[in-house]
Design a protein around this ligand. Sequence first.
Ligand SMILES: NC(=O)c1ccc[n+]([C@@H]2O[C@H](COP(=O)([O-])OP(=O)(O)OC[C@H]3O[C@@H](n4cnc5c(N)ncnc54)[C@H](OP(=O)(O)O)[C@@H]3O)[C@@H](O)[C@H]2O)c1
Length: 272
Amino acid sequence: MKYETINNLRIPKIGFGTAQLGGRLFASRSRDSFYLSALRSAFELGYTHFDTADFYSFGHAEELIGRAAREANTKRASLFITTKVWPTRLTYKKVLRACENSLRRLQTDYIDSYLIHWPNPFVPLKETFRALNQLAKEGKIKHIGVSNFNVKLLKAAQLLSETPILADQVPYSLTRRPYAKNGLLEYCQQNNILVTAYTPISHGWIAANQTLQSIAEAHHATLHQIALAWLVNQPRVIAIPMSFDPTHQRENLDAADIQLTPSEMEQLNALR
Ligand SMILES: NC(=O)c1ccc[n+]([C@@H]2O[C@H](COP(=O)([O-])OP(=O)(O)OC[C@H]3O[C@@H](n4cnc5c(N)ncnc54)[C@H](OP(=O)(O)O)[C@@H]3O)[C@@H](O)[C@H]2O)c1
């Protein structure tokens, strides 16, 4: 596994996404054994970065991660847990309460990386950061980050945060590159901020084309692995694919070790 080293932290290039864990928009507890089995295989394969949110399945994704981590007997320090606070909970008091709820559901006393899930123009960012800075001082969150923030908003967040902004989580894949085009990626690379690529394999829909196919053949890899490798071969970029299938989970982890040549990177950069 390749890692990004940033602010004395070592974060795996590939983490585990959980947007549909626990039911997606609603908690669907009847399928818990299926979700727990997917998490069990992720722990066994060696995933250590889990990306979740209070929004996913009404908090049930966090509950399942907390339960699976306890059952896997994993040392807390070996895990890196990212969770997010939903934009309707960005006032001072609501952030504090949302964080307590996430901690309880995750069965932990700290969150490694706590992100504002989406900006909310109706709540001053200053108010949200008053709560986030307090949570960081109390040790309940180790790092503060954002998601779906453009450069202007990210700069505003940097000015308000008393600790360095760790990451901006944005959609980024071979087929979807809005934040590479609008300057966010370059800004993060120049300012020591992680870009966490979400939906990194386009919900599983990677269309075959000659370039992708020939690069995949050269590395004895699948198209999905090359799509992930292209992301994580970029400085400051990590990716968080989601999979409930143990074979895909393994392939996704292994993609971090595929070293693409400069020419292959150029060919993939040119794909649209
Ligand atoms: N911050 C935000 O606003 C935001 C928004 C969206 C997502 N996210 C985060 O990013 C994570 C990933 O994004 P995503 O879930 O939208 O999409 P994704 O990871 O691009 O795609 C997930 C889909 O791809 C399939 N898949 C995974 N690995 C595969 C492989 N090796 N070969 C073939 N198919 C594969 C999965 O099916 P199988 O289960 O069958 O493998 C699943 O249906 C989310 O889970 C969430 O944690 C954040």
